[in-house]
Design a protein around this ligand. Structure first.
Ligand code: NAP
Length: 257
């Protein structure tokens, strides 16, 4: 088998690469940081190929498909992504447009192109990495939350289309809560609750993907939190989320000084 993982140079994507390579699955690893990708490749037990591509650039996303489409990929993992903390009126517009390109546009393009191929072969797994943020609106991290809503909802819709076709192609969507990775450093926040390790989340996600689980939430705490969001009135949930993100920003700024 062969898997393509975007965002494989660190965090959850890197640990997914290690776990899949332990299972003897060959890998195509994508990110911008070539040095880190090469380090991951060296530690993989199976064959790995690396491509340093900035997926915020649409042409690079099509290029990635063009150079990998004949590789008989069995597993597509759309994992690359990042966030940005701050008030919507203050956050950097260019960074957010980049985020929308990586978190939404690249996922959209790769999912569509590989899904067509997978449907023709009537096999393949797609694992899209959303977030528990995909179930809510996130004041002070609003663009990120919105992008993850897109990833979650579009994956759910594709699942239902595949089910109606009796297709053997499977789609899963990973929705973790806080995970210890470079996410905070990139986004400018600090988690205020205990985070899961990326190794645990990666392994849990891959195991559930192979079991055709649709929505994958790795910890009991986040499963419960997601359930509770359905019971809380919208405006109260917005207040709670505002408070949570605000504390993360304050903690980050305090540690920075
Ligand atoms: N950490 C959390 O708490 C958490 C929770 C829920 C969901 N998630 C999601 O999990 C996924 C992985 O994030 P992580 O937590 O593992 O953070 P991370 O350690 O910062 O990893 C992010 C990965 O995305 C890649 N990436 C970012 N921008 C890119 C671009 N323009 N082009 C290509 N690759 C790019 C990075 O590679 P390069 O820097 O080499 O480009 C890196 O490999 C993301 O989609 C994130 O939203 C994370």
């Amino acid at each position: 088998m062969k898997a393509l993982i975007t965002g494989a140079s660190s965090g959850i994507g890197r640990d997914m690469a290690y776990y899949l390579s332990d299972k003897g699955i060959d890998l195509i690893l994508v990110g911008r940081n070539l040095d880190e990708l090469k380090k991951v490749k060296e530690k993989c037990k199976s064959k790995a190929t690396v491509y340093d591509l900035d997926l915020s650039i649409k042409e690079n996303v099509f290029k990635l498909y063009d150079i990998t489409k004949d590789e008989n990929i069995d597993i597509l993992i759309n994992n690359a992504g990042f966030g940005l903390f701050g008030n919507f009126y203050e956050t950097d517009l260019e960074k957010e447009l980049n985020m929308i390109n990586v978190n939404i546009i690249a996922v959209h393009i790769l999912t569509k192109l590989f899904l067509k191929d997978f449907i023709k072969r009537d096999k393949g797994y797609i694992l899209n990495v959303a977030s528990s943020a995909g179930f809510m609106a996130g004041p002070k991290l609003s663009t990120y939350y919105s992008t993850k809503n897109y990833v979650l909802k579009s994956s759910l819709a594709i699942y239902e289309e595949l089910r109606h076709m009796n297709s053997n192609v499977k789609i899963s969507v990973l929705c973790p809560g806080p995970v210890e990775t470079n996410f905070n450093k990139v986004a400018g926040g600090s988690f205020n609750t205990k985070s899961a390790t990326s190794e645990y989340v990666a392994r849990y996600a891959i195991d559930k993907m192979f079991k055709n689980k649709l929505v994958i939430i790795p910890t009991i705490k986040i499963k419960l939190a997601v359930f509770l969001t359905r019971l809380v009135p919208t405006k109260l949930l917005l207040r709670i989320n505002y408070h949570i993100q605000n504390v993360k920003i304050k903690k980050y700024n305090k540690n920075k000084d």
